[in-house]
Structures are given as C-alpha cells and as structure tokens.
Design a protein around this ligand. Structure first.
Ligand code: FAD
Length: 327
C-alpha cells in the first residue's frame, strides 16, 4: 500500500528553515516507489508564499494553514492546525525537524494519532521494504538503529538538523497547493509577545560553523573575539553552561545536554573544558577544534585539532588569518 509522507516545514523570519528541506530529503530516503511526499506549512499571513520552495525541494503537494492566530508558535494552536491537515491528508508518516518546535509538536501529534515515534534521526536507509533509522545515544558515544514494526502504522519521525543533506532544489518543479482552514479552537493560553534573546542572525542549530566560548572567556566582553571570528567565518556563537551560569551570555546560546544540540561542519571550542554534558550537544560535529590553555583538558580527547594556548591570543590570530584567506 502506498504511504503518504507529510513533512512539517518550519519558517522563521519569513523564510523556510533549512531543516525543512532536510526533512523532505529524509522522507524521500524513507519512501518506496509510488509513495507520496507532501508538506505542510503553518503560520501567519504570507506563509503561503513559501509553498513554491517546498515544491522545488521535492514536495508533491503542499498544505497551507494560514491564520493570524498562527503568527507565533503555540503548541495548542499548531497542534490543532496540523490535525486539521492530517484529517485531510491522511498521512502514513509525519516528519519534523528535531527543533524546539518539532520536539514539542511531534509527540503531541503522535499521541493524538496513536502513532509510534523515532526522534533525533541522523541517517535513514531503505532496503526493500525495511526502513532503518539511525539516532545517536549517550552524547554520541553510541548509535541506535531502529525501525517501525509495521510499515502500515503511522510513523512520526524527527530529523536532527545538519545531518541529512537536502536535495538540490529544482525551481521548475510544480506542486498542488491546498489551503486548510485553521479550526480556531478556544486556546487555554495565547502567546502575547516573543522576545528574541540572541542578536545573531544565524540560527545556532543550523549553523555550518559554530564558535563557542566557555568559562575561559572570563566575561561578557570576552565573547567579542569569538563574535569576530564567527562573523569572518559566517558562523554562529554558542556557549558552555559554565559561561551562561557565570552571566557572560544568554542561556539561548547554551550547547549541551540541557541546551541546544548542534552538528555543524566545524565547531570551535574556546576555553571550554569538555564536560560530558557539553559534549552531549556538540560531539557529532564534523570537525572539532579546541583552544584551551590546559593541555590536559578533556575537550582535546574529542577534538580533531587542538591548540594549547590562551584563547585571547589564538582567536584573534585565527580571525586575521581567515580574514586574509577568505578575502
Ligand atoms: P570550565 O569547566 O570551568 O572550563 C573552563 C576551561 O577554560 C578550562 O578547561 C580552562 O583550562 C580553560 N581556560 C581558561 N582560561 C583560558 C584561556 N584564557 N584560554 C584558553 N583556555 C582557557 N554544561 C554545558 O556546557 N552544557 C550543558 O547543557 C550542561 N548541562 C548540564 C546538566 C547537568 C545536569 C549538569 C550537572 C551539568 C551540566 N553542564 C552543562 C555543566 C558541565 O558539567 C560543566 O560544568 C560545564 O560545561 C563547564 O563549562 P566550561 O567548560 O565553560 O567551564
């Protein structure tokens, strides 16, 4: 029986997030010939304009739920919007990005639809009828391979950003776009205002390069050389909990077990010791560069490249070198 995949696209600042295209690719990797790959985009006015881009990345048809009540994310409102779409689309699989929204919404939908869920997937292999999902465990020290027991059950899957490469977009692809009315349920709570805590324009979870600071930066001003390096490299700035607890930066920047999980191509850890809870958020990065003045710091055990030295000397030198190289 053909399966219909529904990819829940996410938008921010009027643009689709890269993980939406990665989730579309994940659905393609899971699908058999004859399966349908659809997408849904939910949001405030103007959201429909993003549908064409989902078509370019492989969606066969796109559902749009557009309502001013959906301007800001709220679990209840988005859940009711998504359930209105699943009632029409009857998906056999629903794919989300493993983002703050995906992590919130996916289990709610799974519970409502009595579906099984596999979260934080980093790779998908299909062989015959069997689809195998890989996900990291224990801060990336082990991987688990999972499968749904019944291909005909409804699957809910979340995809870790930056792991499954999106397909090349094809702007000539067309897809049917269908509006689904927002059911406008009476909500128990509403979002009054969203206050952005970080000033960076690059989303930490999706950044290809992350420059992170730990307690070794010593002050809020100590982040400045890291911000300069990140700006030259087109990356985002993150932090250890040590730096956040010390008040050097916002908790929105925290990476680790109780912060964000990042998987950039390059992770540059500056003045971070490498506690297990920090590694939980960054050890799957493709290349890890550590700068620490203590040669025995545990971060060097996971680093591909280590620089033993004072970050206040090393980071400006790197920034200057990259500035010249990237001119
Ligand atoms: P430190 O361990 O103090 O390390 C500072 C490092 O900077 C040292 O290695 C030092 O040699 C180096 N340094 C100092 N000055 C310089 C300099 N001038 N140049 C170069 N190097 C220098 N931590 C997280 O990061 N994320 C989490 O999500 C998280 N969750 C946690 C959850 C729980 C339940 C618990 C118990 C802890 C959690 N932690 C988390 C805290 C974690 O255990 C560590 O305390 C924290 O990661 C340490 O931060 P740090 O490496 O910045 O500081």
């Amino acid at each position: 029986m053909a399966k219909t995949f529904l990819v829940v696209a996410e938008a921010r600042g009027g643009k689709l997030r890269q993980v939406s295209f990665e989730a579309l690719r994940a659905a393609q990797l899971s699908a058999a010939e004859g399966d349908h790959i659809n997408a849904v985009v939910i949001g405030g006015s103007g959201i429909k304009a993003l549908a064409a881009e989902l078509a370019a990345y492989g969606a066969d048809s796109i559902y749009v739920v557009e309502a001013s009540a959906l301007d800001s994310y709220s679990s209840e409102a988005y859940l009711s919007a998504l359930l209105a779409v699943t009632a029409v689309a009857q998906p056999g699989a629903i794919y989300f990005g493993h983002t703050a929204i995906g992590r919130d919404l996916a289990p709610l939908v799974a519970a409502k639809l009595a579906a099984g869920q596999i979260s934080d997937v980093t790779a998908i292999e299909r062989s015959g009828d069997a689809v195998q999902f890989t996900r990291p465990l224990y801060a990336g020290k082990a991987v688990e391979k999972k499968a749904f027991t019944n291909p005909n059950d409804t699957w809910v899957v979340t995809i870790r950003p930056n792991n499954i490469a999106a397909s090349e977009p094809d702007a000539s692809r067309q897809a049917a776009v269908a509006d689904v009315a927002y059911p406008a349920p009476s909500l128990r709570s509403i979002v009054r205002e969203v206050v952005k805590k970080t000033s960076g324009t690059i989303d930490l979870a999706e950044a290809k390069i992350v420059v992170s600071g730990g307690r070794g930066v010593r002050s809020a001003d100590g982040f400045q050389p890291l911000e300069e390096l990140a700006a030259v490299l087109g990356g985002a700035v993150g932090a250890s909990r040590g730096a956040c607890d010390a008040g050097y930066c916002e908790y929105a920047m925290q990476i680790g077990q109780t912060g964000k999980v990042v998987t950039p191509e390059i992770y540059i850890a500056c003045g971070i010791s490498g506690a297990i809870q920090h590694l939980a958020g960054m050890s799957s990065s493709r290349v890890i560069i550590a700068i620490n003045k203590d040669a025995e710091a545990p971060i060097f055990k996971v680093a591909d490249y280590g620089i033993v030295g004072d970050l206040f000397e090393v980071v400006p030198l790197l920034t200057e070198e990259f500035r010249q190289l990237l001119k």
